[in-house]
Design a protein around this ligand. Sequence first.
Ligand SMILES: Nc1nc2c(c(=O)[nH]1)N(C=O)[C@@H](CNc1ccc(C(=O)N[C@@H](CCC(=O)O)C(=O)O)cc1)CN2
Ligand SMILES: Nc1ncnc2c1ncn2[C@@H]1O[C@H](COP(=O)(O)OP(=O)(O)OP(=O)(O)O)[C@@H](O)[C@H]1O
Length: 197
Amino acid sequence: MPKLTDFLPDPFGKDIYRLNAKKAREDAHLRRPHAARQAATHFIASVPFANRKCIAVYYPAGTELHTWPLVEELQTEGKTVCLPVVANTNKPLIFRAYTPEMPLEKGPYGIMAPAATAPVCHPDLLIVPLLAFRRDGGRLGMGGGYYDRTLQQLRRERNVLAVGYAYADQEMEKFPVDRHDQPLDWIVTEREAIKVR
Ligand SMILES: Nc1nc2c(c(=O)[nH]1)N(C=O)[C@@H](CNc1ccc(C(=O)N[C@@H](CCC(=O)O)C(=O)O)cc1)CN2
Ligand SMILES: Nc1ncnc2c1ncn2[C@@H]1O[C@H](COP(=O)(O)OP(=O)(O)OP(=O)(O)O)[C@@H](O)[C@H]1O
């Protein structure tokens, strides 16, 4: 049965959910030191990535689940790994190749990104950072709309797989999902790999 609150406008929008999600992620970051390796293992075992050539990861910021154990595995598998670059505010992200010897520089929001000398890549699978996820593929991000714009653009062009990557405790039962929010295809945590659709 739908609840009355399902039809009422949410007075706080997404911000109150972002606050709660940040706290949950901070706690998980402290309590789960092995999570990044465990999540990488679930990704390799469950997500169908064999036919994907170029995989976008993120450079972990703050208390985000680290991606380095996964990057090592992907590079061992012969995949091209790339990182997001904020080229323009309020525009889709672009991606540049990442190898261990490649220079990184501090980009907007203080996040490290490949320098302009690194080749531009067109990922066919994206590891997506998030503050909170829902089991139905809903994603709450930092609020810039970067991944929504990027996935909308990439999905128009070709088949891409969006894989949310997070601590299991970042799961939330509900938060507002807008029409422009791009759903996740898979969610990988230290506990499991969830196929959404
Ligand atoms: N690791 C990582 N890389 C990423 C993202 C991300 O979420 N994580 N992005 C995903 O879109 C893009 C950058 N987008 C961002 C958008 C907004 C803020 C932001 O509002 N930062 C606040 C601090 C937030 C906080 O910790 O309270 C700030 O800089 O004031 C940060 C990144 C591309 N690269
Ligand atoms: N495809 C799109 N085209 C234009 N604007 C968009 C698009 N997607 C999102 N936006 C705008 O971006 C802003 C932030 O969106 P939202 O709060 O959903 O971000 P988010 O998914 O949490 O952030 P991020 O993807 O950067 O982690 C909103 O003002 C929204 O209108």
